[in-house]
Design a protein around this ligand. Structure first.
Ligand code: AMP
Length: 196
């Protein structure tokens, strides 16, 4: 973990980001990894669905956008995530599932983690498109049905894919083959984390 800079994250503070298209298994892997590391898993999609269920002002704005498979505007997301990562339970680290999804969100994250992004671990989940479509077809969520799915995939291609290059040069970045069973992927994530 280095620790040479006075601004470096405290020893053992793990901040992990899951990147990848819808259906890549980010949520499943993130929840399992968070449980075994004893740090919270923060899913912006879950937080938004909860805001919709409670019909908060954020939820009311996000609802029609999410239903169509679009991305919720960066400023709304940022206010939400900023408050969350400042929570006491995030002191020893956290896993982000579904954030950041755009370059401006990643730039804002840099301000949020203080100093540089170099002690972040990014897992980029790679799964072939035909398998993503197969998995999404088996889900029950409204935004995993019909045209919303295609919109979600095209938002990923246009706005999230550029984050791969952005993070590659700035973080501990690993592309992981997600086209395997859940346990095999989880084991690889654990061993990548142990590498340093
Ligand atoms: P997820 O559960 O991660 O698949 O997210 C479901 C939906 O929530 C997405 O299709 C977006 O509409 C919205 N959403 C979640 N995270 C973000 C984000 N970081 N930026 C913009 N919209 C988001």
């Amino acid at each position: 973990m280095g620790g040479a800079s006075p601004h470096a994250a405290p020893q053992g503070r793990l901040r992990i980001i899951f990147l990848g298209p819808p259906g890549a298994g980010k949520g499943t892997q993130a929840v399992q990894l968070a449980a075994s590391l004893g740090i919270p898993c923060i899913s912006t999609g879950e937080m938004l669905r909860d805001a919709i269920a409670r019909q908060t002002p954020l939820g009311i704005k996000a609802e029609p956008i999410m239903a169509q498979g679009g991305l919720v505007p960066d400023d709304l997301l940022l206010a939400m995530i900023e408050e969350r990562v400042r929570g006491k339970d995030c002191e020893n680290g956290y896993i982000l599932d579904g954030f950041p999804r755009t370059v401006p969100q990643a730039q804002a994250l840099e301000g949020l983690v203080g100093s540089s992004l170099s002690d972040l671990v990014v897992f980029n989940m790679d799964v072939p498109r035909h398998e993503l479509l197969r998995r999404l077809a088996g889900r029950q969520r409204h935004d995993d049905q019909g045209p919303a799915v295609l919109r979600r995939l095209s938002e990923y291609d246009e706005r999230t894919v550029p984050l791969i290059d952005y993070f590659k040069s700035r973080t501990r970045f690993y592309t992981v083959n997600g086209y395997r069973d859940v346990e095999a992927v989880q084991q690889e994530l654990r061993s990548l984390l142990d590498q340093r």
